[in-house]
Design a protein around this ligand. Structure first.
Ligand code: ZN
Length: 297
């Protein structure tokens, strides 16, 4: 008894010390059973259930304590399912740890392909080594996968060649929430990873697919930036289409990449925006440079 009391006091002090070292995770209830961690590296959706929690994205490996603390705020059970919205390490860096504690790592098939070999991200001149086999996705799908977790229906839908070639949108049917991954950067000029098969055409189609998955009351959760309404996602789609149209018109007029960037086709959207405007414009240009210009969006 005395020993247990000592242990409890000791553990309590340790918990207080670790709580003092890092601020509590910013977890917000969205709708139904679904919450979101506004995370250090990306937003993480959390769906608790008696049989284990489901999370969408698991941040960088170094964010693991934050992700675990967030899950424990809303779930008594540990993580049973991790969905990777795509392969980037600010979304999938926790995979190895969650897999080691028994979770299924679920992803579109191209995520496994990219995590199984070294990747080169030309936009950042970065070489990213392959994941060890134990950290790679374990449950794969091509176009769609539906799961039942607790009383929630979770619908995974692949959108092709958007931010990468392995993006997944995740709809929580009962809560009416859609997790967008990096197909939606809210108040941030989007990064389109051309080295990983991303394209402006696919980004626009991906957003349109997300709009078809929801209704006026759907909560759309970008992986970066604040949680959004349908109207905000529509405005983002319109911004993508407008900038794409301007770049395409410049290219028809035989303007070079340097000239297109210098004409600032996204300037109208700068207010309240973060991110890298020129990098975004370059990715739009590059997307069109590698397709038939007569192809319609
Ligand atoms: Zn990404």
């Amino acid at each position: 008894m005395a020993m247990n009391a000592f242990k409890l006091a000791h553990l309590g002090a340790a918990a207080l010390l670790s709580a003092a070292a890092s601020p509590p995770p910013d977890v917000r209830h969205l709708s139904g059973d679904v919450s979101v961690l506004i995370g250090t590296s990306c937003n993480v959706l959390i769906l608790p259930s008696d049989g284990g929690a489901l999370i969408v994205d698991d941040q960088r490996r170094s964010d693991l304590p934050e992700t675990l603390a967030a899950v424990s705020q809303v779930s008594k059970a540990p993580v049973r399912y991790v969905i990777d919205t795509h392969w980037h390490l600010d979304h999938s860096g926790g995979n190895g740890s969650f897999a080691a504690s028994g979770a299924s790592i679920i992803a579109q098939r191209n995520v496994l392909v990219r995590r199984s070999t070294e990747q080169f991200m030309a936009a950042y001149k970065a070489h990213i080594p392959a994941d060890p086999p134990a950290a790679r996705p374990t449950r794969l799908f091509d176009k769609s996968l539906d799961l039942t977790v607790g009383s929630e229906r979770v619908e995974l839908r692949h959108v092709a060649n958007a931010h990468t070639d392995g993006d997944t949108l995740v709809r929580f049917r009962k809560a009416n929430v859609v997790a967008m991954g990096d197909v939606f950067f809210n108040h941030i000029f989007p990064f389109i990873d051309r080295s990983s098969g991303g394209s402006i055409q696919g980004m626009i189609k991906g957003v349109e697919a997300a709009l078809r998955m929801g209704d006026e009351r759907t909560i759309y959760v970008p992986a970066h930036g604040p949680v959004a309404t349908r109207a905000e996602l529509v405005a983002y789609r319109d911004m993508l289409a407008d900038v794409a149209g301007r770049v395409k018109a410049d290219m028809r007029a035989k303007r070079t990449l340097e000239q297109v960037i210098a004409s600032h086709p996204a300037a109208a959207y700068r207010e309240g925006m973060e991110g890298e405007e020129d990098r975004f414009v370059e990715a739009v240009y590059d997307s069109f440079a590698h397709e038939d210009l007569h192809h319609r969006l």
